[in-house]
Design a protein around this ligand. Structure first.
Ligand SMILES: [Zn+2]
Length: 659
């Protein structure tokens, strides 16, 4: 799963921030060089003080700035301080710095819940008369943030809203930390690892008995569950993976569900899902349920066919009748890979030699150059880790500086374990502020599979959304768009790796890279559709579970999961606790997991414009200006309509699902 982490700031994004004014940027962003936790704490202290002073100023209306500009400047102060600090909490190798950064995030949250209950600022925003649609959009967004923070509630309810917000932020942070810092390693003898590529475990630590200790990060976990011959090996690593976060996280998740429901009730709404969805592109719980029902209708039969296929593969492998063969959950990834190898002679690992990690970054940059007319220049900077790289993003031709981009490719202890982009700093044309993004992945140093190259382009999509944003206010910058739209630009770009003409860009950026053989790519394209039923039924389950968790009942997480997963064809395995590891549920995606499917529908719709030519610079330029450049200053449904020249539609998505 590839998501933009909203984590703690995600909560605040619902309480949205603002921006503009201050000194214009004259050069690239300089990543702060904190040497210890105390320096972060001191900086945090200073930012909070600055923010409090600005809040008082905006409330008093004592300056010539209007209230939008004042609030946007406040948001820039948050970006400047909290942007890098939140990032440090997730990637810095030093625990002292991470802890201080997390503590700062909590203090910021407390500030934000209070800020959006400031009745004086609320009154100013309410009275503000917008001169154009962009100002009107920000005014409406701000009003929503104040309303959702409880500014208009009676005194006691307002205090309760603030307290709940802080408790929710703390619980979400604890939940995510338990998953991220899970140190579980599963011991296997070399014999038990039969079938797993040696490169995947050769460097892993050993225990006293000489057994290989396999971690649960993706480069360690995936090869074992996808290629271990021994079913018991797959079962053991799969069970450990399904239990990350542990029982403590189930309890935390239950508390989160109840507190979020309590929060919604303060506003007279029955559930947290009702509370959040009314602000999203989807608009309401029934709209999402209708959409999920349609998805289910498309994938249900296909999932059963996939399972039958995989069961047959298992039976043939074990030389036993299919009727006596049961497909277990830990069998699915293994037999999916096996069938792909047999049916399409496809082994994802065989792509690694064609896609070295740095060349893959350069490829994404070259593609961005062709489509969006931007270049990337390496930048010398002292960063959080020796593996991290900095780049200037520039306009091709004029060389004009547009943004700063950080890239951190490889796994290491205590680093955020998925692939994601941190929008560290938002653009503001009014304030002359240039955006900054940080792209984080956990790739194998030996090179990327085609699937991982897809992940790279996905994340690059987020990075471009941040860095090519050209919004008036930083509150509306790039990825500040609605949660159920934010994945669309990234999901759209995933399509590009399945095109030979696009992959040929590798030869432009890497002299030693051999081209991917045409038939290998062809087989990969065909195998991509395999097991789509299983894959999308799983996404449907996740989305439905998330909605159930944040429904009126706020049910107990584990029994609800066991019941819902138990109702699927592969059933529920006793003793596993997947929700404990599902960090998205706790963080900014609470009551928003459906957004993955929802925005994929938008992505497929957007992609239709590039169907004739994936490197069409004219369409690319229009996309950059209309979709990426506007961030959230134009409503998402309208952006899509403006770019496509027609009303948005799910047609392309359902065709794609059926392919
Ligand atoms: Zn994403």
């Amino acid at each position: 799963m590839k998501f933009l982490p909203l984590s703690v700031l995600g909560l605040v994004a619902t309480l949205a921030m603002t921006t503009t004014a201050g000194a214009a940027d004259s050069g690239p962003f300089v990543f702060p060089d904190y040497r210890n936790g105390a320096e972060i704490t001191a900086r945090c202290e200073a930012i909070l003080k600055d923010m409090a002073a600005q809040e008082a100023q905006v409330a008093a209306g004592g300056t010539s700035d209007n209230v939008l500009v004042g609030m946007d400047r406040l948001s820039q102060t948050v970006d400047d301080g909290l942007g890098p600090i939140s990032f440090i909490a997730n990637v810095h190798p030093d625990k002292g710095l991470r802890d201080a950064a997390e503590a700062c995030e909590l203090r910021y949250q407390a500030f934000a819940s209070k800020l959006y209950q400031n009745a004086k600022i609320y009154a100013r925003v309410k009275a503000f008369a917008p001169a154009d649609p962009i100002d009107a959009q920000l005014r409406d967004d701000l009003m929503a943030s104040f309303d959702d923070a409880g500014v208009a509630l009676p005194t006691a309810a307002r205090a309760r809203a603030r307290a709940l917000n802080n408790e929710i932020g703390k619980l979400a942070q604890t939940f995510e930390r338990r998953v991220r810092e899970d140190k579980t390693r599963v011991p296997f003898t070399v014999a038990e690892l039969e079938g797993v590529p040696e490169a995947a475990w050769a460097k892993a630590p050993r225990d006293a008995k000489g057994r290989v200790l396999v971690g649960l990060d993706y480069p360690s976990y995936n090869p074992v569950v996808e290629s271990a011959r021994n079913a018991a090996t797959r079962e053991r690593i799969w069970r450990a993976f399904q239990s990350r976060g542990g029982a403590a996280n189930l309890k935390t998740l239950g508390e989160l569900g109840q507190k979020r429901r309590d929060y919604a009730r303060l506003f007279g709404l029955p559930s947290y899902a009702d509370f959040t969805l009314r602000r999203r592109m989807a608009g309401s719980v029934p709209n999402v349920q209708r959409f999920l029902g349609e998805v289910k209708g498309v994938v249900e039969q296909r999932e059963l066919r996939d399972i039958a296929d995989l069961r047959e593969a298992k039976a043939a492998d074990l030389k036993q009748p299919a009727e006596r063969t049961k497909l277990k959950r830990w069998d699915a990834p293994y037999y999916i890979e096996r069938v792909k190898r047999e049916r399409f002679a496809l082994d994802q690992d065989s792509f690694r030699r064609y896609f070295p990690p740095q060349a893959s970054v350069d490829f994404a940059m070259a593609l961005s150059g062709k489509l969006f007319n931007v270049g990337f220049k390496p930048l010398e900077q002292k960063l959080w880790h020796a593996d991290a790289r900095a780049y200037e993003v520039v306009e091709l031709g004029s060389g004009k500086l547009l943004a700063t981009l950080y890239v951190d490719l490889y796994p290491r202890a205590d680093k955020y374990g998925h692939a994601a982009v941190w929008p560290m700093r938002g653009s503001s044309t009014l304030a002359g502020r240039l955006p900054t993004a940080a792209l984080v992945t956990n790739f194998d140093r030996n090179g990327l599979t085609l699937d991982e190259l897809e992940t790279m382009l996905h994340e690059f999509g987020h990075a471009l959304h941040v860095t090519l944003s050209a919004t008036r206010y930083s509150s509306n910058a790039g990825t500040s768009v609605k949660l159920d739209f934010v994945e669309a630009p990234s999901q759209m770009l995933e399509e590009w790796v399945y095109d030979a003409k696009v992959l040929a860009l590798f030869q432009e950026v890497c002299k030693t890279c051999e081209p991917v053989p045409a038939d290998l790519l062809e087989r990969a394209i065909r195998s991509r559709s395999f097991a789509k039923g299983l894959q999308f039924s799983r996404q449907h389950l996740y989305a439905s579970y998330d909605l159930a968790l944040y429904s009126k009942a706020a049910p107990e997480p584990m029994s609800t999961w066991a019941r819902m997963e138990g109702a699927t064809p592969l059933g529920h395995e006793k003793g596993t606790m997947f929700p404990a590891a599902f960090a998205h549920l706790a963080g900014g995606y609470g009551a928003g997991y459906y957004a993955y499917l929802w925005s994929l529908a938008t992505a497929q719709d957007l992609h239709t414009a590039f169907a004739a030519d994936p490197l069409d610079a004219k369409v690319g330029r229009r996309y950059r200006d209309v979709v990426l450049g506007n961030g959230s200053q134009v409503d998402a449904n309208e952006l899509v309509g403006r770019f496509l020249g027609r009303a948005p539609s799910n047609k392309a998505f359902f065709e794609w699902l059926n392919r």
